[in-house]
Design a protein around this ligand. Structure first.
Ligand code: HEM
Ligand SMILES: [Cu+2]
Length: 814
């Protein structure tokens, strides 16, 4: 149970944190919505003097930023954190303390942005922060740094959430739930989290490089010194385009869950939908360049990306037809969620059509950066996210409140939103076609844009009234809604088998799933589980336990013991926050100190986990036995580290991409001469790091055979330390990194490799410490496996990092 008062901040339970995430996300939505009202008030009349251009720039930048980063993604993260374990039949997410850490990072990072805005220091170069506009010469204050640091802080939370969601879906389902029995929501979230794992690193890297340019004058994006502003655009859209699908897919997941309930039949084309989701995940990464059609890209490439952009229409259509088919062939029941589903269809189809128009290069060139694009973007985002989200709120709120809706406000609020939205944004297509550019704060009155803008603004206020009514409706439901026992909609997914509102452990026992998980009968399963019929239907040592399964087949595999409440995530997030704040105010020594404290706190996390003796298989109910997670070679920590390596690997690939891009494309590389960097520090680093990896592998082997691994672990730690030192030493020969992007890039590559060899060393020493505390045995190998994973990874990146540095140093005549 979550205690009252200050103790509530130590909660790590997914139900509690999921709700907190959603409440904070909705608060940011209200803030973003308020900003959009200011925008519309400004644009309502020509020559308006309501807010000047400076404030206007801050406001639309913050509106876009808040909506994309602080509302849409965290909102679905919160939803997933709350709902996913319940849908899959688990008692929590894989790493509850990480969930809490992610929540605090999100809250603090978002607050930094809002406070900066109130202080008039908000970013003002648009939500995609194009360089050179966002570079130091054009944005001298701390406005852009607020964006870069605040958003990176929030991204940390998004990436940790993505890793956790990915691992939880693969490992923490009810026994018997194979991948082919998983409810569709699980598939949607698996693909979405996979996309986040490889989609966010480019943006994180871009933000780091831009912040390094702004703080230390390393000219990655400065064309006069060998940098290139286009590098930012590539890194940004490499993230930004998949981002749109990252927002859309969870919403589509909600639709695929809600529609069958109201059509009163199972979803049509379950497997076709899975194929469509996976296809979308892949296609969306091929598309980023369509945001850059007007910056001068070779013709063939243009044709390719234009075709690929149109191609995503296919998996989208597959899903739309599956939904329509399900509705058409079922016995549809009308209720409030269905109104929003209808709203979604209407709006999203229009957004899709204008999207196909925009994918045509000539048309795109015509309307580029006009209000037509703003209209399209909102049809897609509001149609594809806000409407399904509202459907979801009305569908699942009874789960949270334990009460049913009152309806009195639900229907008028829907119509206000629907009519208000279309009035606002449909007309913007017309203003756009008539040539009104986006991001201007005033316009002359003789161009025929006046009445369209006025009507748009009126629509915006109608829309806002609708949202206010929804809020009132929600509050009323919590106060006066009718109680119900279980599954008020006769839904067929597992979340309705928990009591409502759910207890912190969700299920008194965990079910065995024997058919497709979106065709279950919660009304029957629920009482059986409440009676303890299922897995882990008893308490052992006062621990909260949940099942770990085989990733594919869902066979029961091991028992996961969930951590208890703790303030550690809060402290760690505060330390992380101090790092970002010190950096923001240019206190770089303080920032370094805060980074060390953060790292140290992270090392305290595992201290209380694990066991000092072997336990062997334990009873899991249903007449079966399974080992504990720490004694299983397929445990969640190891899978999480593998996943984190993929994220880190994308970060590194983005850096390599950046280096090669500058080398090949950037201007001002003609006059440079080759650098004379000695080879030996690089060779020492490569050899030492490879030796470190080999020793880590050997340590793991020795441990697995019951021999002591201490010596090998020490060796591996020392070798990686040596590699890190050699890489730092190599920096001495790099000439002034502010002089040319080439030098800055070499510094970045060496620094990246140094950090990772250092991390590998740290993990080896950590494993050594755990060996000495008795936490490892032939059965309990986690720390050594993790040390080997990161050691091998570090060795694998030192080589290309050194290779590219060498290539960069050789450019030019000698
Ligand atoms: C609640 C109703 C909303 C209204 C009335 C509204 C209004 C506007 C307007 C008028 C602009 C153009 C500003 C300009 O170009 O000068 C804009 C930009 C934008 N909006 Fe919205 N918006 C709303 C909701 C949303 C939502 C829900 C999202 C995302 C989930 C969103 C994301 C964006 C983005 C990314 C931009 C571009 C900002 C930029 O150019 O830097 N908006 N919005
Ligand atoms: Cu795109």
């Amino acid at each position: 149970m979550t205690p009252k008062g200050i103790g509530a901040l130590s909660s790590v339970n997914h139900t509690v944190l999921g709700k907190r995430f959603m409440v904070v996300a909705l608060t940011f939505f209200a803030i973003g919505g308020f900003l959009s009202m200011l925008i519309r008030a400004q644009l309502a009349t020509p020559h308006s003097a309501f807010i000047g251009p400076e404030i206007y720039n801050q406001i639309f930048t913050m509106h876009g930023t808040v909506m994309m980063f602080l509302f849409a993604i965290p909102m679905f993260e919160g939803f997933v954190i709350y709902m996913l374990p319940k849908m899959l039949g688990a008692r929590d997410m894989a790493f509850p303390r990480l969930t809490a850490y992610g929540f605090w990072c999100y809250l603090f990072g978002g607050s930094i942005l809002i406070i900066a805005m109130l202080a008039g220091m908000a970013p003002d170069s648009g939500w995609f922060m194009y360089t050179p506009l966002s570079s130091r010469p054009y944005t001298p204050g701390i406005n852009a740094d607020v964006w870069l640091l605040g958003i990176t802080f929030v991204e940390i939370s998004a990436v940790t959430a993505a890793v956790e969601i990915f691992v939880s879906i693969l490992k923490m389902r009810a026994p018997g739930m194979s991948l082919t029995r998983m409810p569709l929501m699980g598939w949607y979230m698996l693909v979405t989290s996979g996309m986040m794992i490889v989609g966010f690193p480019p943006l994180i890297l871009g933000s780091i490089l831009l912040e390094l340019e702004r703080a230390f004058d390393l000219p990655f994006f400065d064309p006069t010194r060998g940098g290139d502003p286009l590098l930012w655009q590539h890194l940004f859209w490499l993230f930004g385009h998949p981002e749109v699908y990252i927002i859309f897919l969870p919403a589509a997941g909600a639709l695929s869950t809600i529609i069958p309930v109201f059509a009163q039949r199972q979803i049509l084309g379950y497997r076709a939908i899975i194929a469509a989701i996976v296809a979308m995940g892949f296609l969306s990464f091929g598309l980023w360049v369509h945001h850059m059609f007007t910056v001068g890209i070779p013709h063939l490439a243009l044709a390719f990306f234009s075709a690929a952009s149109a191609l995503v229409a296919i998996p989208t259509a597959v899903q739309i037809f599956a939904w329509l088919g399900t509705l058409a062939s079922g016995r549809s029941r009308w209720d409030v969620p269905m109104l929003y589903v209808f709203g979604f269809f209407f709006i999203f189809v229009i957004g899709g059509l204008t999207g196909v128009m925009l994918a045509m290069v000539p048309f795109n060139t015509q309307v580029h950066d006009t209000h037509f694009v703003v209209a399209h973007l909102h049809y897609v985002l509001v149609g594809g996210f806000v409407f399904p989200m509202l459907a979801g709120i009305y569908h699942w709120l009874p789960h949270i409140s334990g009460r049913q809706s009152l309806y009195r406000l639900s229907i008028p609020s829907f119509w206000l939103i629907f009519v208000g939205f279309n009035l606002t944004f449909f007309l913007m297509h017309l203003t756009g076609l008539m040539g009104m550019p986006r991001r201007i704060s005033t316009y002359p009155s003789n161009w025929g844009w006046d009445w369209l803008n006025l009507l748009s603004s009126i629509g915006g206020f109608i829309l806002t009234m609708g949202f206010c009514l929804v809020l009132a409706d929600i509050i009323l439901q919590f106060r006066f809604g009718r109680w119900f026992r279980r599954d008020p909609w006769q839904a067929q997914t597992l979340e309705w088998a928990t009591p409502t509102p759910p207890p912190s452990y969700n299920f008194a026992a965990i079910p065995r799933i024997e058919k497709r998980a979106d065709a279950l009968e919660p009304a029957l399963i629920g009482p059986a589980l409440a009676g303890g019929n299922g897995y882990l239907g008893f308490a052992r040592n006062d621990d909260q336990e949940t099942m770990g399964v085989d990733m594919l087949t869902g066979a029961a595999e091991h028992v996961i013991i969930l951590p208890r409440r703790t303030f550690l995530p809060l402290w760690t997030a505060l330390a992380t926050g101090s790092f970002f704040l010190s950096f923001l105010f240019g206190q770089y020594w303080l920032a370094a100190f805060a980074a060390l404290v953060t790292l140290a706190l992270f090392l305290v996390w595992p201290a209380t986990l694990g066991r000092q003796t072997d336990t062997g298989p334990v009873d899991i109910g249903m007449g079966e036995q399974a080992p504990l997670d720490i004694e299983s070679p397929n445990n969640v920590s190891i899978l999480a580290n593998r996943t984190a390596l993929v994220t880190d690997g994308t970060l590194f690939s983005s850096l390599l991409f950046g280096g090669l891009f500058l080398l090949v494309v950037a201007p001002n590389w003609d006059g440079v001469t080759a650098l004379d960097l000695p080879l030996w520090p690089g060779l020492v680093a490569i050899t030492a790091s490879a030796a470190g990896a080999a020793l880590a592998w050997w340590a793991r082997q020795r441990n697995a055979h019951g021999n002591t691994a201490s010596l090998a672990a020490i060796g591996s730690g020392i070798a990686q330390t040596l590699a890190a030192l050699a890489l730092l030493l190599a920096l001495i020969w790099v000439p002034d990194p502010t002089a040319h992007a080439r030098h800055a890039m070499i510094v970045a590559l060496l620094g990246f490799a140094a950090i990772h060899t250092g991390l590998a060393a740290l993990l080896s020493f950590h494993a050594l410490w755990r060996i000495h505390r008795g936490y490892l045995s032939a059965r309990r190998q986690t720390e050594l496996i993790i040390a080997w994973l990161w050691g091998g990874y570090a060795a694998a990146i030192v080589l290309p990092a050194m290779g590219l540095s060498f290539m960069l140093s050789r450019v030019g005549g000698t």
